[in-house]
Design a protein around this ligand. Structure first.
Ligand code: ACO
Length: 353
């Protein structure tokens, strides 16, 4: 391809990316992230009330990836749905999970951002294929006493920019056919310059507005965890907000743009690295296809993410997920057996006429 490491690093800040192996899918990455989040929170998957997966690259157009996750973690009877808001998806999903708890509908909500955009880029298009990586991140939400937690939120969209970043075919407007495949219309198309302009404006505005809603001056926000699309976009946002860029956590150098997974992966890395202290204000901010944007201001609590997990605890978890697998398989087998039996019996009943 007519590109260079120097071009990619200087224009985007990206040096490495992770590409999912052939046997992996968005769901398999999401399941791994979900299980890790549950383990760290020492939460029982059977207690999860709602699973939300923010993704632009679901395993199937139908059924939802969230249902695959719900089944694999054994969150029996939990609500589950996918949320499509491009790279803002995780922050959108976080806000939905938060509101579900605040309304009293749910006690425990699993929010996942997962994408395998490597499956949806045109690997001959140098303007997009150098940017994206695959990944997943997850958080578990529950109500707590005290001031720590989500303090304000902001969601926004501008559909007039939907063609700036989209996949032309595979939906109801242009169903898949031989021609759409030949024309590579199932691959992502992006007007990079326009998206860049939108992103630099939106990220700073969203941070300002979400801080205002929480009654916190933006200069007092300790940390920003932005969508990891381009280092230059983050630099511009910091400049507009007149805050030191070091307050923006960045890991896009190692992961590239992982779409809906970028904010939770960055949040997790920052937290694991001990970047946040209890009582500090953290803004999560995303922007992406739609066009969409979203932000949430959190007050950090005393989460202990470095907690070691004992071997017997891990064993217990494995047994739980093994049981979820057996449960799922036996349900499918049972349904198949009933169907076969019904086919056998139907002619005897005379109802098949
Ligand atoms: N290697 C070498 N040259 C390239 C490459 C490449 N990989 N890609 C483009 N170029 C060329 C272009 O053809 C152009 O050449 P020309 O001047 O002869 O026409 C030149 O480089 C400059 O192109 P620009 O598009 O102006 O480059 P820019 O500096 O804007 O950087 C980029 C491009 C990195 C895509 C930038 O516009 C950007 O980051 N945009 C935002 C993208 C983004 O955030 N997308 C994610 C949204 S999230 C979601 O929802 C999935």
């Amino acid at each position: 391809m007519d590109t260079s490491d120097e071009w990619i690093r200087s224009r985007t800040g990206i040096a490495e990316r992770r590409i999912a192996e052939a046997r992996d899918t968005t769901a398999s990455l999401a399941i791994t992230a979900a299980r890790q989040a549950l383990q760290r929170a020492d939460a029982d998957p059977r207690q999860v009330d709602l699973v939300i997966v923010a993704t632009a690259t679901p395993d199937y157009p139908l059924a939802s990836t969230a249902c695959l996750v719900q089944d694999a973690i054994g969150a029996a009877d939990a609500g589950a749905f996918d949320l499509g808001a491009g790279c803002s998806g995780f922050v959108y999903a976080l806000v939905m999970g938060h509101r579900s708890i605040a309304s009293g509908e749910s006690d425990l909500v699993l929010v996942i951002g997962a994408d395998t955009l490597s499956r949806m880029v045109d690997w001959d298009d140098r303007s997009t294929c150098v940017l994206f990586g695959d990944g997943a991140g997850a958080v578990l939400l529950r109500a707590t006493e005290g001031s720590a937690g989500i303090r304000s939120t902001l969601l926004g969209s501008d559909g007039s920019g939907s063609r700036m970043l989209y996949v032309p075919a595979g939906g109801s407007a242009r169903p898949a056919c031989a021609e759409t495949v030949l024309q590579k219309e199932h691959a992502l198309r992006m007007d990079g310059r326009q998206v860049y302009r939108f992103a630099t404006q939106t990220m700073a505005d969203a941070c300002e507005r979400v801080a205002e809603r929480a009654g916190v001056p933006v200069k007092d926000v300790h940390h920003f965890v932005p969508h990891q699309a381009n280092q230059r976009i983050i630099t511009q946002a910091a400049k507009r907000l007149q805050v030191d860029e070091s307050r923006f956590f960045c890991n896009l150098e190692r992961f590239g743009n992982t779409s809906a997974a970028s904010v939770p992966i960055a949040l997790c890395e920052a937290a694991e690295g001990g970047r946040f202290r209890p009582g500090e204000q953290v803004i999560l901010v995303g922007f992406g296809a739609g066009l969409t944007w979203a932000a949430a201001l959190l007050e950090w609590g005393d989460a202990e993410l470095g907690r070691r997990v004992s071997w017997w605890h891990s064993l217990g978890r494995k047994a739980l997920y093994g049981w979820a697998h057996v449960r799922s398989r036996s349900r499918r087998t049972w349904r198949g057996a009933i169907q076969r039996l019904w086919r056998l019996l139907l002619p005897l009943t005379g109802l098949d006429d």
